[in-house]
Design a protein around this ligand. Structure first.
Ligand SMILES: [Zn+2]
Length: 381
């Protein structure tokens, strides 16, 4: 007859149809699917930022299908987290000492120092709350049929306080006690574990950032760049000297920017950007930027882009000296940073003004086509 023999449970759109709570074995197929997708990416040369983007895309598809209808077992969520961690930090299976952060830290919003990865467990609960919401709000739907009999306590819910001048309704109350529109996103906000905010997040994450640069700066801000000083936590050996000066132990504070080579690169970049700073400590530079972030001026964007690009290129140079022995003079590396900034600035929409005209000349970026022709501009008006 051409039928394919399958095993129970029956699946609909790939999801098992079962009448009881999901068990780990019911979700093995899901874990295998995630593993298979990650295997497909393993051989591609992807940056951290690229891997992060792919992880978010798989999480998105998991939320659309599995998490909206089934409560995933904690073991399954842990197994999936382990696959993602291995892919993000090692490009494949997780190696000892390669994970720079706990998964739950990475699942914090960027404002709270994380990477904004969606926590599968919290999102699963938030998405399923929609089903409970429907029980109360759409009592006639097929979905609610039989639930009242199965869970009599649902009928015993206290009735809301009646007001004669208003129609009865059911509303969601947020964490602050305010009435809010019911959405899974709102529920997620109200049930997730909130961590203290970090004041520096806008220095790292902003609209025009370059994702791979932002990611390395984020690691540096947390002091999690894998310098030799940090690797000694896992490997007991003699500390390696800085790859750039060979005089001082390899550590993040030295690399950014106490060492002479990075400092010279940073000075050239700052001069080009009109960035007035004499600091050679990454945390101090970031702390000094924070009060100025209220301004929307393009200069703030240039300074943030310059900091992230300099950190990124210095980190790349340090690694390339370590792994290949190849070196680039500091002036050439500074030019690479400046060229990258030029290219990025070309992609940012600029509104015409006299300072913007100067900015284009300074950075040698073409005048946007929607600007008035240079002959028509009267700078006195
Ligand atoms: Zn050095």
């Amino acid at each position: 007859m051409g039928f394919v023999e399958e095993q129970l449970p029956v699946r609909y759109l790939g999801i098992p149809l079962i009448g009881t709570r999901m068990l780990v074995r019911d979700c093995n197929k899901l874990v295998e699917q995630v593993k298979a997708r990650v295997q497909n990416w393993k051989h591609r040369a992807l940056s951290f930022a690229g891997r992060l983007q792919l992880i978010n895309s798989v999480l998105q598809s998991l939320q659309v299908y599995w998490c909206s209808v089934l409560l995933l077992p904690k073991t399954t969520i842990k197994d999936i987290g382990k696959i993602f961690k291995g892919f993000l930090w090692s490009g494949g299976d997780l190696r000892k000492g390669s994970a720079k952060f706990a998964w739950k830290t990475m699942c914090r919003p960027k404002e709270e120092g994380g990477l904004g990865i969606r926590s599968l467990q919290t999102w699963n609960e938030a998405l399923l709350s929609r089903q409970i919401w429907r029980l109360f709000t759409t009592k006639d739907s097929l979905w609610t049929w039989g639930w009242d009999g199965r869970f009599p306590s649902l009928q015993l819910q206290p009735l809301p306080l009646l007001q004669t001048n208003k129609d009865d309704g059911i509303y969601w109350q947020d964490l602050n006690g305010n009435q809010a529109e019911f959405t899974p996103t709102q529920v997620w906000k109200d049930i997730r574990l909130v961590s203290p905010g970090v004041s520096w997040y806008k220095v790292v994450w902003f609209k025009h950032n370059i994702p791979s640069h932002a990611f390395i700066l984020w690691l540096a801000t947390h002091d999690r760049l894998m310098t030799h000083e940090r690797m000694l936590i896992w490997h007991n050996s003699t500390i390696m000297q800085c790859m750039l000066c060979k005089m001082v132990p390899d550590s993040t504070p030295h690399l950014l920017f106490e060492c002479q080579y990075p400092r010279e690169v940073w000075t050239i970049v700052c001069t080009m950007c009109n960035f007035q700073t004499s600091d050679i400590n990454l945390h101090h530079i970031i702390a000094n930027q924070i009060p100025r972030l209220q301004s929307n001026h393009i200069q703030i964007d240039i300074e943030r882009l310059a900091l992230a690009a300099t950190v990124y290129f210095i980190w790349r140079e340090r690694n390339s000296r370590h792994h290949n022995g190849s070196t680039i003079p500091h002036a050439k590396l500074a030019m690479e940073v400046i060229k990258t900034l030029e290219a990025r600035l070309c992609g940012i929409p600029l509104k015409w003004s006299a300072p913007m005209e100067d900015l284009c000349k300074r950075w040698k970026i073409p005048r946007p086509s929607n600007w008035p022709p240079p002959d028509n501009i009267n700078l006195d008006t």
